[in-house]
Ligand binder design. Structure first.
Ligand code: FAD
Length: 395
């Protein structure tokens, strides 16, 4: 089998790019393949609100088939091996596909096994995680049941997708506990591997204030290393002293460590940390010029979000088309990413920034302030823009 363009992964990035390529060049119809094993597609950003019962889980999942743009061939399989020196990939079925251009968009891997006890704690109903469709309702169950004691919210030592999500859930939990009149009986604690509440100082100032005012304790430079679901004890490593610290909990929100998928880490496409090694402006691979990558799997030094993909996709598409024409690549990605920090029910701080934390706000007001309008944007408008605009290649 041979296609002009093969897209590995049909998640946010893969579908967006396929739709844009076909809009830009109708003659590519029949020459683009998307390799994607899953028959469903998730809108992950809403899991933050599902985890506190504000949105039903079912609205975050749709069948994959109607999302595959007309003109693209869906190969329902997974890439088993990348062979960029031979311009081909091998699928789990054993089939081999050759390409002129490869676009890698396989997302990232949630590495639960790095932290023993996490799966068991979720199974036992003492922990939850907003990071998967299968575990997000456990978060809501746990928060609903919490009457007293300690709620812990973790952030691991690896890069993660949506670096705001680990704390959004605790602000919403705080509101839910207040609504039930039990907040004074519960200690809420954010235990993060990061050195501060957020990497962009402008928004960090607001978030620190929110955490302080809502009496949420913060502990930095600590990473979760084990969970004992029976004793309800979480063990952390102090990343500065190396010491082990145990904390008892009554509810635990787990954000697992994240890595590039094994198929990428073990391939010639990977950088030293395992992510696909691309030029941060052109999104072209640094060693294989006919390979491009975007989304969570790319090693671009910015926050891994769907919002980042919305800005990466048009750049990547323009550069791929230039590459196919044998022209120099002129489109540049500026590192734009965004994090809609839900700071409570009906409140949101919309962080928008580029490489090196450069502020890149879209609205003519101070986005570091909590706003109801931005909450409506996240809850009601962005999902519509996602399904009907971004995935169709128009927004
Ligand atoms: P994905 O969308 O995860 O897609 C990767 C695809 O690759 C999957 O479909 C997978 O099946 C497929 N795949 C995997 N391995 C293979 C293989 N070997 N071969 C072929 N296919 C493969 N972003 C925002 O912009 N705003 C937010 O508010 C926000 N909040 C979030 C909250 C939570 C709780 C979470 C979990 C994420 C949030 N995000 C947010 C992040 C956003 O959802 C991701 O950054 C985005 O979906 C990444 O897109 P992707 O295409 O790189 O990966």
């Amino acid at each position: 089998m041979k296609y002009r363009i093969v897209i590995a992964g049909g998640g946010t990035a893969g579908i967006t790019v396929a739709a844009r390529l076909l809009r830009a060049r109708r003659d590519l119809a029949g020459h683009i393949a998307i390799v994607e094993p899953s028959d469903v597609h998730y809108y992950q950003p809403l899991w933050t609100l599902v985890g506190t019962g504000l949105v039903p889980r079912d609205v975050t999942v749709r069948p994959q088939a109607p999302l595959i743009p007309k003109g693209a061939t869906w190969i329902r399989d997974a890439v088993e091996t990348f062979l960029p020196e031979e311009n081909r990939i091998v699928l789990t079925s054993g089939e081999s596909i050759r390409y002129d251009v490869l676009i890698v968009a396989v997302g990232l891997k949630l590495d639960w096994d790095q932290v023993p006890g996490t799966r068991e704690a979720i199974e036992a109903g003492v922990a939850g995680s907003n990071y998967t469709f299968d575990t997000v309702l456990k978060t809501w169950e746990g928060i609903r049941r919490l009457e007293e004691g300690v709620g812990l919210f973790t952030f691991p030592h690896t890069p993660i997708k949506c670096a705001g999500a680990p704390q959004k859930i605790m602000y919403l939990a705080d509101d839910r506990l207040r609504q039930r009149g039990v907040r004074s009986r519960v200690t809420l604690r954010y235990v993060a591997a990061t050195p501060s509440i957020y990497s962009v100082p402008k928004y960090a100032a607001t978030l620190e204030k929110v955490a302080r005012e809502r009496r949420i304790e913060t502990v930095y430079r600590h990473t979760l290393t084990a969970v004992d679901p029976i004793k309800r004890e979480a063990t952390f490593r102090n990343l500065e002293s190396g010491e082990t610290v145990a904390m008892r909990f009554d509810f635990l929100h787990i954000v697992p460590p994240m890595t590039a998928p094994d198929v990428v880490r073990e391939s010639p496409l990977a950088d030293a940390a395992g992510w696909v090694d691309v030029d941060k402006h052109t999104l072209q691979h640094t060693r294989f010029p006919n390979v491009f990558a975007l989304g969570d799997v790319a090693n671009v030094p910015t926050s891994k979000t769907g919002a980042a993909i919305r800005k990466q996709a048009p750049v990547l598409v323009e550069n791929v088309l230039q590459f196919l024409r044998g022209e120099p690549l002129t489109a540049r990605y500026n590192g734009y990413s965004s994090c809609p920090f839900v700071t409570g029910i009906g409140r949101l701080v919309l962080a928008e920034f580029g490489y090196d934390g450069e502020i890149m706000e879209s609205f003519p007001f101070d986005q570091a302030e909590e706003r109801f309008s931005m909450y409506v944007l996240k809850k009601d408008l962005l999902p519509v823009i996602y399904w009907n605009g971004m995935l169709k290649g128009v927004l």
